[in-house]
Ligand binder design. Structure first.
Ligand code: CP
Length: 306
């Protein structure tokens, strides 16, 4: 039984397999329509979500399976003080696989150690969000045809943005990737990511506060929201929330084949005027995420997708 807590729980070969299955699902959806018949996915979301929760649920339904879920954390027994460990032990009695989001870093690992079915981390605090990274990788592969040799700009809240931490971890396994880390001083990539991932693997990176100064160098620009829910005070959030707003004017300095990505939800980081630009990929990420979650469910509970 395998759980997915971190993107590094999947080897690069396994990611290639998932991409191949996701492509095949897109081409042959009917071949997969009954693969999870009789199986149940439980979605346990202790934090708000639109995409991750609904794409897991859509993924399971499109595989012919069923879904059970908590209406909200507040209406579950977590509100009475039940631990994550006891919650997942209980839900393991009802479901074949669990997708869980929790505000505390490490909660997904606690869940995986307590559950008797596979647990997929759907985001644990500011730590990581591996299935968003699967969506991101599939999108990069479809847009660029490769992972190696790319200059990847990540911009915004790089301190609390869990999708950024997972993406850096994932792309650091491919040759000749160069990161440009664009953030306010207060929201830089945590030192443990720089030390344990970038420096350890000798990955070239630069840090800057100036998006306009580097946008022309980038193959991918991964914008992120300033994570209001992780700030200790509202004043700091209000000061930093609009640090970067991507506009058509700023995109004029970018490559013609730049891919603009964002895990969403967006607040102000990308002007809606960019949505129709062919370089905008963020709604493609949403769609691609469902196919990668279908492929992951198949991998973890009984199908190989072939
Ligand atoms: N990208 C993402 O995790 O979106 P949600 O918070 O809506 O699930």
């Amino acid at each position: 039984m395998k759980s997915i807590i971190d993107i590094l729980d999947l080897s690069t070969d396994e990611i290639e397999e998932l991409i191949a299955v996701a492509e095949d699902i897109i081409q042959n959806p009917r071949a997969y329509a009954h693969r999870m018949e009789g199986k149940k996915l439980a979605t346990l979301f202790f934090e708000p979500s639109t995409r991750t929760r609904m794409s897991f649920e859509a993924a399971m339904y499109e595989l012919g399976g069923n879904v059970i879920s908590m209406a909200s954390a507040a209406s579950s027994s977590a509100a009475k003080g039940e631990s994550v460990a006891d919650t997942v032990k209980t839900v393991s009695c009802y479901a074949d696989i669990i997708a869980m989001r929790h505000p505390k870093e490490g909660a997904a690992l606690v869940a995986a150690n307590s559950a008797s079915v596979p647990v997929i981390n759907a985001g644990d605090g500011g730590h990581c969000h591996p299935t968003q990274t699967l969506a991101d990788l599939f999108t990069i592969r479809r847009e660029k045809g490769r992972f190696s040799g790319l200059t990847v700009g990540v911009c915004g809240d790089l301190k609390f943005g869990r999708t950024v931490h997972s993406l850096i971890n994932a792309l650091s396994r491919y040759p000749d990737v160069h990161f440009v880390l664009i953030s306010p001083e207060e929201l830089k990539v945590p030192s443990y990511v720089k030390r344990d991932v970038l420096a350890k693997k000798g990955i070239p990176y630069e840090q800057t506060t100036n998006l306009e100064g580097v946008i022309g160098d980038l193959d991918i620009l991964y914008m992120t929201r300033v994570q209001r829910e992780r700030f200790f005070n509202e004043e700091d959030y209000l000061r930093l929330r609009d640090s970067y707003i991507l506009t058509p004017e700023k995109l004029k300095g970018a490559k013609a084949d730049l891919s603009v990505m964002h895990p969403l939800p967006r607040v102000n980081e990308i002007s809606v005027a960019i949505d129709d630009d062919p370089r905008a990929c963020y709604f493609k990420q949403v769609k691609n995420g469902k196919y990668m979650r279908m492929a992951l469910i198949l991998k973890l509970i009984g199908g190989d997708g072939q």
